[in-house]
Ligand binder design. Structure first.
Ligand code: NAP
Length: 461
């Protein structure tokens, strides 16, 4: 496919790009290394000023950047603008907090003085996905730059204009040339970057396959990685829950970003006594969702990012039915009534599947689109067992008003986060990441900024 912006709502190719040559990649790494030598000496206050300026640029031009995202990957325009605002928030958060997170930590021992000092590593490679084209990058870039590292971005091949815009924002904010560079390269060129001695670490957000590939290449070079991979988050609803709020949140949690979010709720695990009510209410809300042109403010569900995601989802839904699931609603893209201008877009209808046998292999897969799987369970033991019956462990949302149930849900669900009576979301103040096949390491918060630093022990006699 190459590197190109293709409007997923219309199929129109907006812009194509040549991928960089091997020599151009080397020059970019030269520039990054030269910049790092100077940049690591800059005062924290200076970095903070630049990052605050980046936040302001984002806010001043949020409609412009939002439109770039919507045209490249199809998220509804209001969500795209909100994403830009969230990027400004993470910039301000680290601009204000990094000095505190990275100040020397005194630890009394039998030394005259002993402490921990946090120092930058150097060039960090970020391989990023298209689903949150700005947010995924800023949540890496803000802490990395505040820590004194420099960044190289390999963004997904379908969001090159977003990738270039982010580099421009950081330059305009005042960061020196080479502190953050976008390299328009294909996935097959990532190994050249990771194998370069001057690149010290890498972070990847994306699929399991990409994570395995990057982590293997980095492992051969003994370089640290952080991996934020897929998820099939459970959304557990117990009889004691506030059902109306749970259902409304279930729709938002499944439909965020047209269903293409790692932390979207994907498996709805509902206590038997209320499952029929849950399904009825969920279906009513699904029917009312407005699918269409993501540039129109009233649209709730836009197109999926690429045709291959639609094909994959059609295949997964068919497989789920073959393996014993019931199609409650949706399932067939041809049933959508769309304007003629959208006929070549990558649309998929909101879909509900229920009662899949628990041993069906498809239950173990991530559905990356607006498809909800609803399961019925007799009690809390079964709910927790099913929540954990997944290779993934990113987030989990659980609904109950019973303190004993809540306590068990918090303790026993295997995931990087558990949200009680709320949907899973990222917040700059809280660590974000997964366990099991959802990856390792954490982004955001104090934990995130410490992933790519040398945690140096200092002992002074
Ligand atoms: P993807 O195909 O893995 O792509 C992600 C990035 O990795 C892109 O930049 C891609 O480049 C690159 N890439 C692909 N194969 C690679 C390889 N062998 N070596 C090095 N780089 C490689 O994932 P996606 O389809 O864009 O994103 C969907 C997945 O990301 C879902 O599983 C979702 O759950 C996960 N995700 C996780 C999080 C999280 O925080 N945990 C957040 C968002 C998404 P090209 O575009 O050039 O192929």
């Amino acid at each position: 496919m190459g590197i190109a912006s293709i409007n997923p709502a219309t199929g129109e190719t907006l812009k194509t790009f040549e991928s960089l040559s091997g020599a151009a990649i080397s020059s970019a790494i030269d520039r990054a290394q030269a910049t790092f030598e100077q940049y690591r000496q800059t005062e924290m206050a200076q970095r903070s000023e630049w990052l605050h300026r980046a936040a302001q640029i984002l806010l001043d031009k949020k409609e412009h950047y939002g439109k770039i995202m919507t045209l490249e990957m199809g998220k509804p325009i209001a969500a795209a603008v909100a994403e830009v605002e969230k990027c400004a928030l993470v910039c301000r958060y680290y601009a204000d907090k990094a000095a505190e997170f990275l100040s020397d930590r005194l630890i009394p021992t039998d030394a005259g003085k002993s402490f921990v000092r946090y120092q930058p590593l150097g060039i960090v490679l970020a391989v990023m996905p298209w689903n949150f084209p700005f947010w995924q990058v800023f949540r890496f870039a803000a802490p990395a730059l505040m820590a004194g590292n420099v960044g190289i971005l390999k963004h997904a091949s379908n969001v090159p204009q977003s990738a270039l815009a982010i580099e421009e924002i950081l330059l305009e904010a005042g960061f020196p040339e080479g502190a953050f560079q976008t390299l328009l390269i294909g996935a097959n060129q990532v190994s050249q970057v990771i194998e370069d001695d001057r690149v010290k670490a890498a972070t990847l957000t994306g699929s399991e396959g990409a994570g395995i590939s990057l982590a293997s290449a980095a492992g051969k070079q003994l370089k640290k990685t952080v991996l934020e991979l897929g998820g099939s988050d459970p959304f557990v609803v117990m009889e004691s829950a506030d059902l109306e709020t749970a259902v409304a949140t279930a729709v938002a949690a499944r439909m965020i970003n047209n269903g293409q979010s790692c932390i979207a709720a994907k498996r709805f695990i509902v206590q038997e006594s209320i499952v029929d009510q849950f399904l009825e209410k969920l279906t009513a809300r699904y029917v009312a969702l407005k699918v269409g042109d993501p540039m129109q403010p009233e649209t709730e569900i836009g197109p999926l990012a690429t045709p291959s995601i639609v094909h994959e989802l059609v295949h997964q839904v068919q497989t789920a039915i073959e393996q014993g699931g019931t199609l409650v609603y949706g399932g067939d893209p041809d049933l959508l009534e769309l304007d003629d201008s959208l006929k070549r877009g990558n649309f998929f209808p909101p879909t509900i599947l229920s009662d899949l046998p628990l041993n069906a292999p498809i239950v173990q897969e991530e559905f990356f689109g607006p498809v909800a799987m609803v399961f019925r369970v007799p009690d809390l033991d079964a709910a927790i067992r099913l929540a954990n019956h997944s290779p993934f462990g990113l987030g989990a949302s659980a609904w109950s008003q019973n303190p004993a149930e809540i306590d068990r849900l918090i303790n026993e669900i295997e995931a990087g986060s558990v949200f009680i009576n709320s949907m899973v979301k990222s917040d700059p103040r809280l660590p974000f990441g997964g366990i099991k096949r959802s990856g390792y390491g954490r982004e955001l918060s104090e934990e995130g900024i410490r992933e790519f630093v040398n945690i140096k022990t200092v002992w002074v006699k």
